[in-house]
Design a binder for this molecule. Structure first.
Ligand code: PGA
Length: 251
């Protein structure tokens, strides 16, 4: 049985004072029945770890460089994230792919770097609206999965997130049937490539405008093992609704 996972991505939002949200979140879920993670901006990681204390809420980075160290001004390595107390890292988010021109080969190298550092990689894939409208969704997802994941996958430390680009921050989501189609396609594709056991073990999150109001419906879709949440992860009172819906789905 795959353990459910609710992951929050704060993106470029949040200052030291906002870490109070983490304290509140931990208090709202003292003994969570699902795995939880928040990825704050990098400067807040160490402090976030202190706020969380012994609570099982994991802290993640939002990106890492494929190398361990070196002359790469402004970049952060997976080892540095780990050293700061992070246990996870989001990779290949569509905003990184679009804003920084990140392609699948780079995402794959970053995934390998994350694994070498002992981090769990949350690898994102997703189609644009133009790709969906022209019927290319599964082809795009298949190519991104193929290119962004290493052949020797560390299944225990890899999570996939299906995030349709047009659903991120827009309030729009695919139909539940469409989410189900993509997730089952991903499961089949991963099982074909990595074997049934590994394919069955990898957790598949849905991301893009997940809110407390739509979370229960999304979590009822087969092969949806949780969510990667942007906007609604910034406030403990919003994220708690999503976590509770996931805990109910896990029962
Ligand atoms: P959103 O973002 O929940 O604000 O739509 C999701 C994401 O980008 O991970």
């Amino acid at each position: 049985m795959r353990r459910k996972f609710a992951a929050g991505n704060w993106k470029m939002n949040g200052l030291e004072a906002d870490l109070e949200e983490l304290t509140q979140l931990c208090a709202l879920h003292p003994d969570p029945a699902v795995d939880l993670m928040i990825a704050p901006p990098a400067p807040l990681i160490s402090s976030a770890v202190v706020h969380v204390g012994v609570h099982p809420l994991a802290i993640g980075g939002q990106d890492c460089h494929p190398e361990i160290s070196g002359a790469h001004t402004g970049d952060i390595s997976a080892v540095m994230l780990k050293d700061a107390g992070a246990s996870h890292v989001i990779l290949g988010h569509s905003e990184r792919r679009a804003d920084h021109g990140e392609g699948d080969a780079l995402v794959r190298a970053k995934t390998q770097a994350a694994h070498r550092a002992g981090l769990t990689a949350i690898v994102c894939v997703g189609e644009t609206l133009a790709q969906r409208d022209s019927g290319e969704t599964l082809e795009v997802i298949g190519a991104q999965l193929q290119g962004s994941l290493p052949d020797l996958i560390n299944a225990a430390k890899t999570v996939l997130a299906y995030e349709p680009v047009w659903a991120i921050g827009t309030g729009k989501i695919p139909t539940l049937k469409e989410i189900g189609q993509v997730h089952s396609f991903m499961r089949n594709t991963l099982s074909t490539r990595f074997g049934e056991e590994t394919g069955d073990r990898l957790r598949l999150l849905y991301g893009g405008s997940v809110k407390p109001s739509n979370a229960a419906d999304i979590f009822a879709v087969a092969d949806v093992d949780g969510a990667l949440v942007g906007g609604a992860s910034l406030k403990a009172e919003d994220f708690t609704g999503i976590i509770s819906a996931l805990e109910e789905a896990a029962e």
